[in-house]
Design a protein around this ligand. Structure first.
Ligand code: F6R
Length: 603
């Protein structure tokens, strides 16, 4: 979704702004622009298309300036045209604004402002903001005028604005992410930390309804009402190296290939060497006493991880259900005995944050399982469990799914032990020992390089189906989601037992069935696969080498032997590689699939 960057310093910062926009590209966008104050006036350059095109026009124009704002736009109101690209300006061109979010009352405001004779040049909701700012500058000093303009807005926003002649960027946030970077003699503002991580790891997160005035040598934070806010900065633990491709062709490939490291981080210090329960610092034994039911809320890949977590809890005798966050409405019973777990990589997904609000309104206790310290979900939930995967730049979630499942499995062990008064698992030690071996098992899958050949063999098929039962089911639907989003081919995931209730009608020799079996309760899955095979479909088993399905399958993506609760994760790595190689052969835009955004901040 849209990305904001601002740089506030004394020397020229245009390269830093453009570099920030490149770092934001992964969020998904269709136009980009910057505005800089160069002591003579505000200079704006913007265009539909890629940041590279913007860079060319900026270089041709020769604009410069120490203080500037920039934006990558993912269209919501109005198509991706040059006029609709941010920054937007007021009628005089003295105010420039970039914005993420949605202004709900933009239509009424636009009518009012037009009636005052202010001229609009775009279809966007954002354009009301510079005009409002201009209107209030007629009666107020810039800081108060900005505050007044923000008070006029209903909806969600992260805003960065400039006024000609002012050595400052004005910022505000409600419901959309905004973080300040404290550099050496310079400041940054951005939608997320990777945008400026190469320059500083010292950050201050804005809270909702806060306003900031950032000058080259000073930052003032206050509430929208004008009360000063004191907040210390914090250091983010992400390594700037992690935001580069590190020699790989694609971020997605790098993120798949480095899962042994991200999983090691997810597990580190969380498994006691001898104990039978996980060692989760912020969640000591007894934390979840009194919890009667668990509801997971999440979207996309995170929903699939949540489904995995819910099944683990069910296996341990705890009532748990995973909801798609956008379907988690007021009709769903929630009370103070309910634990609601929001699973979200970015911590900024609007649907998931909406579900978290509904859970809080229903007096549920809430936990966010997220990758981003300081994200909205981490701050809005009662507690947060971090998956420690490091920055994920490829739009398609890969390493974060694996780390989510691991973190959720540890949380499930904590919750179920608290609910039962003791670990309800048959042999928890066997599970923890295998969990420690998981990064090595992932490496074994990565070293085998079998998926590329299988991807080639089935290239050109009419459709791709993925089936699984029990814990293999979330893996099957995740496999299908990954496949469709980066290959643009038709892919569907089904519960193995559901094939015969309808989807079998789609099965032909041109529809390979990727059959995930984990060594758990999946004997019947073999029968379901054979039912499809009888009707001509090729079967690709994703399974341990000695599983019975390999006797009937046409091809095999092997996974190492491990605990049945973890085998799905290894199968998922094979399916990630399958999607990657298929997309690569088809020449797709792997890191930035068409129409998609990494962080979906609108409902
Ligand atoms: C798929 C993908 C999306 C996200 C979904 C939720 O590869 O990345 O489906 O999983 O948009 O995002 P988060 O986890 O940030 O809430």
């Amino acid at each position: 979704m849209c990305g904001i960057i601002a740089r506030i310093g004394a020397d020229d910062g245009v390269d830093r702004l453009l570099g920030g926009l490149e770092r934001l590209e992964y969020r998904g966008y269709d136009s980009a622009g910057i505005a800089v104050e160069n002591g003579v006036g505000l200079a704006v350059q913007k265009c539909s298309g890629q940041v590279n095109e913007l860079k060319e026009s900026v270089s041709d124009s020769g604009i410069y300036g120490g203080i500037g704002i920039g934006h990558t736009r993912w269209s919501t109101h109005g198509p991706p045209t040059d006029d609709n690209a941010h920054p937007h300006t007021d009628s005089s061109g003295d105010v420039a604004v970039v914005h993420n979010g949605v202004i709900d009352n933009h239509a009424e405001l636009r009518e009012e402002l037009k009636a005052e004779g202010r001229e609009f040049t775009s279809d966007t909701d954002t354009e009301v903001i510079p005009h409002l700012f201009e209107r209030h500058l007629e009666d107020h000093a810039p800081e108060e005028a900005f505050r007044e303009a923000v008070r006029d807005l209903d909806g969600s926003y992260a805003i960065a604005a400039m006024v000609e002649g002012e050595d400052a960027v004005f910022a505000a946030r409600r419901g959309s992410p905004l973080v300040l970077g404290v550099g050496d003699g310079e400041y940054f503002l951005a939608s997320d930390v990777p945008a400026f991580l190469e320059h500083t790891d010292e950050v201050v997160y804005f809270e909702d309804d806060e306003v900031g005035v950032i000058r080259p040598d000073d930052v003032e934070l206050s509430t929208l009402a004008g009360e000063p806010v004191e907040r210390s900065s914090e250091i983010v633990s992400w390594d700037p190296e992690e935001t580069g491709k590190g020699g790989y062709d694609h971020f997605m490939r790098k993120e798949i290939e480095t899962q042994n490291t991200s999983l090691t981080n997810a597990i580190q210090g969380r498994i006691d060497d001898e104990g039978e329960e996980p060692d989760l610092d912020d969640f000591p034994a007894g934390t979840f006493e009194g919890v009667e039911r668990v509801q997971f809320v999440a979207c996309g890949t995170s929903f699939h991880a949540a489904k995995y977590g819910a099944q683990l809890l069910n296996k341990a005798g705890v009532a748990a259900q995973a909801f798609r966050a956008s379907e988690y409405d007021d009709a769903i019973p929630v009370d103070s005995d309910t634990l609601v777990v929001a699973v979200t990589q970015s911590g900024e997904t609007a649907d998931t944050l909406g579900a978290l609000d509904r859970a809080t309104a229903g007096r549920a206790r809430t936990v966010a399982v997220t990758n981003v310290v300081g994200s909205s979900a981490a701050r809005e939930a009662d507690d947060a469990l971090f998956i420690r995967a490091g920055p994920e730049i490829g739009v398609a979630a890969t390493k974060t799914f694996s780390s989510q499942v691991v973190a959720l499995s540890l949380l499930a062990h904590r919750i179920s032990a608290d609910a039962a008064g003791d670990s309800p698992w048959d042999d928890p030690r066997a599970y923890y020992d295998e969990l420690k071996r998981l990064p090595d098992h992932v490496q074994t899958v990565l070293d085998r390089e079998i998926a590329e050949g299988v991807a080639d063999d089935y290239l050109g098929s009419d459709a791709f189906f993925f089936i699984g039962r029990g814990l293999a089911y979330p893996v099957a639907i995740e496999g299908a989601l990954k496949f469709k989003e980066i290959t643009y081919e038709h892919a569907e995931g089904f519960a193995a037992g559901e094939l015969k209730h309808g989807p079998l009608a789609l099965v032909t020799p041109q529809t390979p069935i990727f059959t995930v079996v984990t060594g758990g309760e999946d004997e019947t899955t073999v029968t379901n696969a054979q039912e499809a095979q009888t009707r001509g479909a090729p079967i690709v088993a994703v399974s341990p080498a000695d599983h019975r399905i390999t006797d009937v399958a046409d091809a095999h993506l092997p996974i190492p032997d491990t605990h049945p609760d973890l085998a799905g994760l290894l199968a998922n790595v094979q399916l990630q590689l399958l999607s990657y190689h298929t997309a690569d052969s088809l020449g797709r835009s792997i890191d930035k699939p068409r129409n998609l955004a990494k962080s979906v901040t609108v409902e």
